[in-house]
Ligand binder design. Structure first.
Ligand SMILES: [Zn+2]
Length: 286
């Protein structure tokens, strides 16, 4: 697919979600939008530039190598084209679950991924707000992902578009009626599900890692849906000061001595009282 069409589809979706989330917001914003937009656009521009300069060429070279040499799992058995596509698509998404999990659990990666999580609100402008260092390191993951799966260039291009579109959607702050979102969440990661991943509570931050299909969290027992959005504070307690979410300080943050992420400036560790968690773990709340 031409990059021109992809950019037009994603740009259109961004605008639609941006208008929608301000007309019907899911969570109440805490910070001033204009200031956040400035920071998010700055960090995202560097992320997209790094992706275009490093990740995309590395991905394209690996795809070429894999299809020329018949490398990877999908070349081990003869499969009809449709089955190749479905399995390739699903495995690409599963791989992203592991990459996101690693970004939370490996301290070096978390230093960088933390920059995405310290945004004090969550909306469509957070979607591509990743530190350029995280994006650059993801090129290494891309090589392994493409080579192990042996995905075809067409499946890769279609998966990439769906991946980016759903990243915009699940970061957005659009309020969907609960029954609609519960139904949609059988197939896709949705805003309420990903909102819990951006909670300031460690246990909630370390759940809901999936990107497109929510099944990976079910499979790995990292799914948590029973937190009402009105009870969620977005962000990372140790980096919740206004000064932390500035363009310069956010970009330099991974290279500085790290604070206790889960403790507020007043020394209090953020935990959620079990009593106020509502309903069964896997039941999405308002
Ligand atoms: Zn994360």
């Amino acid at each position: 697919m031409q990059p021109y069409y992809t950019a037009a589809i994603l740009g259109g979706l961004f605008l639609l979600l941006f208008v929608w989330e301000h007309r019907a917001p899911l969570r109440t914003a805490r910070a001033a939008l204009a200031r956040r937009l400035f920071v998010n656009v700055g960090i995202s521009a560097l992320a997209l530039g790094t992706a275009a300069l490093i990740v995309d060429p590395v991905g394209a070279t690996t795809l070429q190598y894999v299809s020329d040499r018949g490398f990877g799992l999908l070349h081990w058995v003869e499969l009809p084209a449709a089955a190749q596509f479905v399995i390739g698509f699903v495995l690409m998404d599963m791989a992203f679950y592991y990459w996101h999990f690693a970004n939370h659990r490996i301290p070096l990666l978390w230093r960088l991924h933390n920059v995405h999580h310290i945004d004090p609100d969550l909306d469509v402008s957070t979607a591509f707000r990743f530190h350029l260092g995280e994006v650059a390191l993801s090129a290494g993951f891309r090589v392994v992902q493409i080579a192990v799966i042996g995905v075809s260039p067409l499946t890769f291009a279609i998966y990439e578009l769906v991946y980016q579109a759903n990243t915009l959607f699940h970061h957005s702050n659009v309020h969907l009626p609960l029954p609609v979102e519960r139904l949609l969440n059988k197939l896709l990661v949705t805003p309420r599900m990903h909102g819990i991943h951006h909670s300031e509570v460690w246990r909630e931050n370390n759940s809901n890692y999936s990107v497109v299909f929510p099944w990976w969290d079910r499979l790995h027992r990292t799914l948590r849906l029973n937190i009402p959005q009105s009870r969620i504070v977005i962000g990372i307690p140790g980096y919740a000061a206004d000064a932390d979410n500035k363009l310069g300080s956010a970009l330099l943050m991974p290279f500085k001595r790290q604070r206790n992420y889960w403790q507020r400036a007043d020394g209090i560790s953020v935990k959620r009282n079990q009593v106020i968690i509502e309903g069964p773990l896997r039941c999405m709340q308002e």
